[in-house]
Design a protein around this ligand. Structure first.
Ligand code: ZN
Length: 552
């Protein structure tokens, strides 16, 4: 087992390539939970690699590899979500260019089944829920069903295959139709967009479309692609106004239609990895602040930690090419000055220094960590490996000395972050099933308890943002307008009635009054405007309410 892990670490480092983001800033393709690392370990004929659960928590899909002939272009499920109570067949489609010898579905057990050529480089297979959901775990939302093998003359390229699953823990959600190509539920907006971006991130005009309908009140926007491509998820920076974290000042908000709030975008080109309650989602948001520090004894290493005690945090460590890897290792110093590598449990929490960068922990509360001056020892990252010293003890003051103080000061700044989730779909809007599923996966970002999850081959319990920040930060994934108490997309007199019926909280009243008249039906779409009589009623209510509140 040890040698397998070790072997795998080397392979990961030598075959995974990062690709530069195309969207106006630093975009880091990487970081997928263990199972999804499998695609980046393209199975070249000379090697077969056992999946290294512990080594490679995060990694990129190596689209450099897949350009070999034949080449995976994208895949999709129709419908995009399998309902556990449905018997209806689901169709898996993959587009593969370059005339593969075969394209096959390899189930977890049972015989391999070739996909049927359907023209235009398209290959399909029809499956039934009972065949692929046999061991699905309720509440997980994703299920690993097997592999897609693309066989060429000399190579077999293998991808994990997972499906989105709606079960009885995911209730139906009210859906507001914004217009013919946009709809909303509490935690997601679904935009129909028929243009696929197979090699880059979604372009800025998608976000401009989003801001036609929504206020500029989100710190982060998640965007889920229409189909699964060879890219992994990644973070694209939009703004930075924080000093002392190694980032230069930046404001590209206008490009995306955000006048002053949007800080960054998390891209999800693989929709079965969209689960805002998980460590992976927290990792991507964590790239807002790191890791870009200038280290006292190393060149600036980002966007993850160098081999050090800090790497056990959520931001992980740098594999070759800027790709992030999970780092479940501790180091025991030996009498001869070397360090024995020990496997250790990870907490799924941001560490002190990460919380400092995020502004959630004051510098005096940050523990120091050991940093290895020789970073070229990754082949020793296995239980029982030996690291050479020296390991330098680095304190937060060392970072302040090299990067300046954090401004605004850590420990006294933003602690609540608002997140929008945009789910793209091609050719049609999402169904009620699909809306309920993606809404549920976005809502999980607000959870304050540990959550069961499955992402790729990884499965278990994960900590959502609140727990990952040790209770110091909160995330809102709610997208409805403030004051829209009846949830119809407009803040109007009808909301006043709901407010009144629900006990008349004064803070809610102030929110309603301040946002009165706002609507998500923006842009050139016909917006429902309160009729004069209704408006009059509302205005009367405005004057009457303070009186009522005072006498509650
Ligand atoms: Zn990363």
């Amino acid at each position: 087992m040890t040698s397998t892990r070790r072997h795998n670490a080397v392979l990961m480092a030598s075959t995974v390539h990062a690709t530069a983001g195309s969207m106006g800033g630093s975009a880091y393709p990487h970081l997928v939970v263990a199972g999804e690392c499998q695609p980046c370990v393209s199975i070249v004929s000379r090697l077969f690699v056992t999946i290294g659960f512990l080594i490679s928590f995060f990694c990129a899909v190596a689209d450099h590899e897949v350009r070999a002939d034949p080449s995976f272009s994208y895949s999709s499920w129709e419908p995009r979500v399998v309902n556990t109570i449905s018997n209806a067949p689901v169709t898996f489609t993959s587009v593969v260019t370059g005339n593969p010898t075969s394209v096959a579905f390899v189930p977890k057990s049972g015989p391999t089944v070739p996909l049927t050529p359907a023209g235009d480089d398209t290959y399909q297979i029809t499956l039934y829920p009972e065949d692929i959901l046999d061991d699905y775990q309720t509440g997980h939302g994703h299920h690993f069903v097997g592999f897609l093998d693309i066989v060429g003359n000399d190579t077999t390229y293998r991808r994990n295959l997972s499906v989105n699953v709606r079960d009885e823990t995911m209730p139906s959600v009210p859906i507001i139709s914004i217009n013919e190509t946009a709809q909303l539920s509490t935690h997601i907006v679904n935009l129909q967009d028929d243009e696929l971006w197979l090699s880059g991130w979604a372009p800025a005009d998608v976000f401009n479309r989003f801001y036609d309908h929504f206020e500029d009140k989100f710190d982060f926007a998640n965007i889920v692609s229409q189909v699964t491509t060879g890219r992994n998820r990644g973070y694209s920076s939009v703004r930075n106004d924080i000093r002392g974290i190694g980032l230069s000042m930046k404001d590209n908000g206008d490009t995306y239609g955000s006048a002053n709030r949007l800080q960054g975008i998390v891209n999800y080109p693989i929709d079965t990895l969209f689960d805002l309650g998980t460590k992976g989602a927290n990792h991507e948001i964590g790239h807002r602040w790191g890791v870009f520090l200038d280290f006292p004894s190393l060149d600036a290493p980002g966007p993850h930690w160098p081999v050090s005690d800090f790497a056990r945090g959520i931001m992980g460590f740098n594999l070759a090419g800027g790709v992030g890897g999970q780092f479940p290792y501790d180091f025991i110093e030996q009498s001869d000055g070397t360090f024995l590598v020990q496997m250790t449990e990870l907490t799924d929490e941001f560490n002190d220094l990460e919380l400092y960068l995020m502004g959630l922990m004051a510098p005096e509360d940050v523990s120091p960590g050991r940093l290895f001056l020789n970073q070229n020892q990754q082949d020793q990252l296995f239980h029982g490996g030996i690291f050479e010293g020296p390991a330098e003890l680095v304190t937060v003051q060392d970072f302040v000395d090299h990067n300046g103080s954090r401004i605004p000061a850590a420990g006294g700044t933003q602690t609540h972050f608002s997140v929008a989730s945009i789910i793209l779909s091609a050719d049609r809007l999402l169904t009620e099933d699909e809306m309920a599923f993606f809404d549920h996966m976005a809502a999980r970002g607000e959870a304050t308890n540990e959550l069961p999850y499955t992402l790729g081959l990884a499965s278990g319990v994960t900590k959502p943002f609140y727990l990952a920040t040790q209770g110091l930060g909160t995330l809102s994934t709610t997208m409805v307008l403030t004051g829209d108490f009846n949830y119809d997309g407009v803040v109007d007199a009808a909301d006043y009635t709901v407010w009144q019926d629900n006990g008349g909280d004064p803070i809610d009243y102030r929110n309603w009054k301040n946002h009165f008249g706002e609507s998500i039906f923006g842009g050139s779409e016909a917006a429902p405007v309160p009729e004069p009589a209704t408006l009059l009623l509302a205005l009367l209510a405005l004057t009457a309410v303070p009186h009522r509140v005072r006498h509650r």
